[in-house]
Design a protein around this ligand. Structure first.
Ligand code: GLU
Length: 306
């Protein structure tokens, strides 16, 4: 009996076009690409342009990724063009009775007494079980405020477990997360889940500030009848005082480094060094030599000339 070959899945990199990618972002992109390619997967690029878009940023980001030697399969996907798929997913959850309207302002949520055992900032459940009359009042209030109610997931679980290549089994809280915001924009968690599944992405490699979002996203995938991907969350890049790397730290982007006279090879070399791989000159060297099992688990402290 011959084994049925499993079709190769895909990895992806999904930048938000809110400015140039910094060294930490570039490193994560290289690792996402390397892990996908090394495991025989396709690699996709998705522009997460639902929010905080900076004019011209997408083009610059794509140019920078190509300059490092990354390649991707198929067309670049833009979230701004995927509204119909998000509507469909929300409609499915609605049919399953898993969506409710929320009339709360951000402030009300922060000030409401939280449910027992809920982590700080978790939605306290205010609008989850309103009477029809209270719901009508909420809608009236939304009309006065000239905004739509937010749509939230009616969650039946308190937590969900995912597997991360480096962090192992991770259990995280799942609350009544937002699916569509009051301004009509679809929420990040829903968009990511719908887009990954549509592109056949079964391997999510991204920065570890999103590790705590993975349980919510995996649970959402399950509710939508979509496969849950595997995860590998890469430690963040930080500055010399341990804060997340940012523009104000100085020459943190590829273009900054080039302007200072460094070459693309040297920038890739730094990224390779941060992984314990000496002498990398192109992303292909990282692909060839990186051992994910031995990859550093601590943040990358980026040394920047003052
Ligand atoms: N767009 C997100 C970011 O730039 C990444 C989302 C994801 O990889 O799931 O931080």
């Amino acid at each position: 009996m011959s084994a049925v070959p499993t079709p190769p899945g895909a990895g992806r990199y999904a930048p938000s076009p809110s400015g140039d990618l910094h060294l930490g972002n570039l490193r994560t992109a290289i690792l996402a690409w390397a892990l996908a390619r090394r495991t025989g997967r396709a690699f996709h690029l998705r522009v997460e342009d639902l929010d905080r878009v900076k004019e011209g940023s997408e083009q610059r980001q794509l140019e920078d990724l190509a300059a490092l030697g990354l390649d991707w399969d198929g067309d670049v996907v833009r979230q701004s063009e995927r509204g119909a798929a998000y509507d469909e997913a929300i409609a499915r959850l609605e049919t399953q009775g898993q969506v409710f309207e929320c009339y709360c302002t951000r402030r009300e949520i922060l000030e409401a007494p939280s449910a027992p055992h809920a982590p700080p900032g978790a939605y306290p459940g205010t609008c989850r079980d309103l009477t029809p009359a209270a719901r009508e009042q909420g809608r009236q209030r939304m009309r006065e405020l000239r905004r739509a109610p937010a749509l939230r997931l009616r969650t039946e679980v308190e937590s969900w477990q995912v597997h991360d290549l480096w962090a192992g089994e991770v259990t995280g809280t799942v609350d009544d997360l937002v699916l569509r915001r009051g301004d009509g924009v679809v929420a990040y968690n829903l968009a990511v889940v719908v887009d990954d599944a549509a592109a056949g992405v079964d391997q999510v490699v991204r920065a570890d500030d999103l590790l705590s979002s993975a349980p919510r996203q995996a649970h959402l995938a399950q509710l939508l009848g979509l496969p849950e991907p595997s995860y590998a969350h890469v430690p963040l890049a930080v500055n010399s005082v341990g804060a997340r790397l940012a523009k104000r730290d100085g020459a943190v982007t590829l273009r900054d480094r080039l302007e200072r006279g460094e070459s693309v090879r040297e920038v890739v070399g730094r990224i390779g060094d941060s992984l314990g791989l000496r002498g990398c000159r192109a992303a292909a060297d990282v692909l060839e030599r990186w051992d994910p099992a031995a990859s550093p688990r601590h943040p990358w402290v980026v040394e920047l000339p003052s």
